[in-house]
Design a protein. Structure first.
Length: 369
């Protein structure tokens, strides 16, 4: 799907009964150009028939953590072993749930498979998922168990100082439970998951589906990255940071040459694509076809909250894959989604959308040399 086709599809989603000349006026192009783009969307299966019926049969499945995030941000430099004045907030979180919500806000269709307890946190997780347009009909509710919780402390600049998580309820998701969701998973275009799942569950997902359905993973942390080292090659796409890349590759990264070598070592294990987060320096993309590129966008003046950048990045990578973007456009969208995330105090920017990403790219994409 081209960027222009994508713009037209988003307009049709918001107003299915719309004339071609109206679309042309919105985008500032000719009606005949709109007609060509719509014909292409119909050929590709994104639109059904002449009534501009959007094909919603394409969905992804998210399998992994859903929890309540409790964030604290200090007003001044952190003083250890003491009480620090600051600001507290709570929201639904969890890597897979966050990726799912960002993907849904980009117009994607997503079904979430996770586990929650029987408590007020479960109510919050479910209600926020529903509001975001996530299908939660396949969630496992566990009696007499607390829902997952993630607590983070941010410094005065918005950078994470320390975090603590309790994802133990996810261990209640057994291999048998995953088998019970086989028909839903088999019908998906893509699976996104995180290593908070029990190792045997993760390996079963890969064993059952990785040959026919692309499985994407965010290693999440150094500790979780260690749990997937032995089968990282079964995944289609991974998005580690540098520290997680060291663990997945088994080597220290001291310079740019090391970074490329580490990425190649991971790809040699069977992984098809890797997006290595470089923080303010953007991202390194490499794949098994020999393609590699580093890219970044113009930085924003002030980062408000760094917590959700990786989740937004991954959601945009998934969105780009589902919509057949080339790798260069994928990087643009992913980096712009990350900027959108760090520009808002919430873990997930409630304004996340394709149009927001497009606007960020207009402002922050470096001119081609």
């Amino acid at each position: 799907m081209t960027p222009r086709e994508h713009e037209i599809l988003e307009i049709i989603k918001s107003k299915p009964i719309i004339e071609q000349n109206e679309i042309a006026a919105i985008l500032g192009i000719t009606r005949s150009s709109v007609a060509v783009h719509i014909a292409n969307l119909q050929k590709k299966g994104y639109l059904l028939g002449r009534g501009y019926i959007v094909n919603n049969g394409n969905y992804i499945v998210g399998i992994g953590a859903a929890n309540v995030d409790v964030h604290g941000k200090t007003k001044k430099a952190i003083h250890l072993h003491d009480s620090n004045p600051g600001h507290m907030s709570t929201s639904a979180g969890g890597v897979t749930r966050n990726v799912s919500e960002n993907f849904a806000r980009l117009g994607g269709n997503v079904k979430l498979i996770t586990a929650v307890g029987n408590d007020v946190y479960a109510d919050k997780i479910c209600s926020e998922c529903i509001l975001a347009g996530i299908d939660i009909s396949h969630i496992l509710k566990v009696e007499n168990h607390a829902s997952s919780t993630y607590i983070s402390v941010l410094d005065e600049n918005g950078d994470m100082f320390v975090a603590l998580s309790d994802m133990s309820v996810l261990q209640e998701m057994s291999v048998e439970f995953i088998h019970s969701k086989a028909s839903i998973i088999k019908g998906s275009r893509l699976i996104t998951c995180d290593p908070a799942l029990a190792p045997d569950v993760m390996q079963e997902i890969l064993s059952m589906y990785s040959d026919t359905i692309p499985v994407f993973v965010d290693p999440v942390s150094q500790a979780y990255a260690e749990t997937i080292v032995d089968f990282i090659g079964k995944f289609h796409t991974a998005k580690p940071n540098i520290l997680e890349t060291e663990i997945l590759s088994g080597m220290k990264i001291n310079n740019k040459k090391d970074l490329y070598k580490a990425a190649e070592k991971i790809l040699d294990k069977g992984l098809k694509r890797i997006f290595i987060s470089l923080g303010s320096d953007g991202c390194l993309y490499m794949d098994r076809e020999g393609m590699h590129v580093e890219k970044k966008l113009k930085p924003i003046d002030k980062m408000i909250n760094a917590t959700g950048a990786g989740d937004a990045f991954m959601a945009a990578v998934i969105y780009s894959y589902i919509n057949d973007f080339l790798f260069d456009d994928t990087l643009d969208y992913a980096l712009a989604a990350g900027i959108a995330a760090i520009s808002h105090e919430n873990t997930i920017n409630p304004n996340m959308s394709v149009s927001l990403i497009e606007n960020i790219l207009k402002e922050r994409k470096y001119d081609a040399k």
